[in-house]
Design a protein around this ligand. Structure first.
Ligand code: F6P
Length: 414
């Protein structure tokens, strides 16, 4: 494969995670090292939107120490987007514009960091550039707290969110049991169509400080069965802790908040989630008449860098760095993925998956990892997730609070 000289651009897309910036650090620092092959390294403001608007930053202008701090800085430092590219056959306006920008800035390396929808974007751009005969190496860098990307053992971002969920659930468990009076607590966890993250509350249960019931989107949600489950436990214990995914649906396919109103949709047609726990809290209160608290982990679960998994931080960085190395060596049209080696000890290898295989395919929690009643997960899930949450990432602290990266974001304009 011939050496391809030119500039590189990196973008972040979709919902952030507490370690997505570790991948950004991996891409940017590795790309800056590739002198003689990669010239300028650009960071797109708000993903693909920034490229279309010619709004991107010259990453060489950043202080190297601040780039290092990206490893432990949550959220998407360059800004994110949820922007759906139309099929090029239907409307190629955006693609033509991207090609124009790529040509103008001699962009020969494109790295896109995101989940399902972002891999779809990455795939479409890769195929368009190929058809246009524009030589450009396109690599996907995975991320999503939802852990639902196909072709990889797990997704960067998931383990840190899982660690936070498990830890917070253990803490809430202790707090929710202090009074000798009755109380039901409902925890709501993100994950639109996949229950990987909600299932992480089972780690807390394995430690004796977890929920009594866990409901994932992978099984139909039956309100009567749910109320019967809660009543049975509450009648016996005077306490009941429930973990519910924001994405649980009735057998008719309706998210619970959809039963009481219409949901706002994003560019990909995904419903704006949230509110499932409060809705269920209302129903349980009516039925049992007990004290009840609904706790929505909401954004906290995907930006809790103080509770990130060191394994996740390191793998996220590695995913970014590897994407650059693979592209420079001639690889393109692929996503960096993880493959777990069989055996007792946790060993993960990098593998490369064609973008077309990843785009728009969701990986769900296997049905056999959910109990027959659909109200808890099995030990297989706990065995799967535990190695991923190992290690503490410890962001540097100043004045008792974390010191996050501060980027200058110097605009690159021609
Ligand atoms: O990126 C995945 C995710 O965090 C989902 O778990 C959640 O439903 C969604 O994003 C929320 O998206 P937004 O931040 O756009 O509301």
């Amino acid at each position: 494969m011939s050496q391809l000289k030119g500039n590189a651009i990196f973008g972040q897309s979709g919902g952030p995670t507490s370690v997505i910036n570790a991948s950004a650090a991996g891409v940017i620092q590795e790309a800056l090292k590739q002198t003689g092959v990669i010239g300028k390294v650009y960071g797109a403001a708000h993903g693909i939107k920034g490229i279309l608007a010619e709004e991107f930053f010259d990453m060489a202008q950043e202080d190297p120490a601040e780039l290092d701090l990206l490893r432990t800085t949550p959220s998407s430092a360059l800004g994110s987007c949820r922007y759906k590219l139309k099929k090029a056959e239907d409307d190629d306006t955006d693609y033509k514009r991207l090609l124009e920008v790529f040509r103008k800035y001699d962009i020969r390396y494109f790295f896109y960091n995101g989940g399902n929808d972002s891999m779809d974007t990455c795939n479409k751009i890769s195929k368009y550039m190929q058809r246009a005969g524009y030589e450009c190496r396109v690599m996907g860098v995975p991320k999503t707290i939802d852990n639902d990307l196909w072709g990889t053992d797990h997704c960067p971002g998931f383990a840190s969110a899982a660690k936070y969920i498990a830890t917070s659930t253990m803490e809430v468990y202790l707090d929710a049991r202090v009074y000798d009076t009755g109380m039901v607590t409902i925890l709501e966890v993100m994950g639109r169509n996949a229950g990987w993250l909600t299932a992480a509350t089972a780690i807390a249960a394995a430690k004796g400080h977890g929920p009594d019931l866990i409901y994932l989107p992978e099984t139909d949600f039956d309100l009567d069965a749910f109320l019967a489950d809660v009543k049975r436990i509450y009648d016996k214990e005077k306490k009941c802790i429930i973990a519910v995914s924001e994405g649980v649906r009735t057998k008719e396919g309706k998210y619970l908040p959809e039963l009481v109103g219409e949901l706002t949709k994003d560019a990909f047609g995904h419903a704006q989630m949230g509110g499932t726990a409060s809705l269920l809290a209302g129903v349980v209160k009516d039925r049992l008449g007990c004290k009840i608290r609904a706790i929505e982990f909401s954004l906290l679960q995907r930006c809790a860098a103080h509770c990130a998994s060191k394994t996740d931080v390191d793998e996220s960085y590695l995913a970014g760095k590897t994407a650059v190395q693979v592209a420079v060596a001639g690889g393109t049209d692929q996503m960096v993925a993880f493959k777990r080696a069989p055996g007792k000890d946790y060993v993960c290898e990098i593998q490369l998956i064609p973008l077309s295989e990843v785009a728009n395919t969701e990986k769900k929690v296997p049905r056999e990892w959910i109990n027959a009643a659909g109200n808890f997960v099995t030990q297989e899930y706990v065995d799967y997730v535990l190695p991923l949450i190992q290690g503490e990432s410890s962001p540097p602290m100043v004045d008792g609070v974390p010191r996050f990266a501060r980027l200058k974001k110097v605009l690159a304009r021609k």
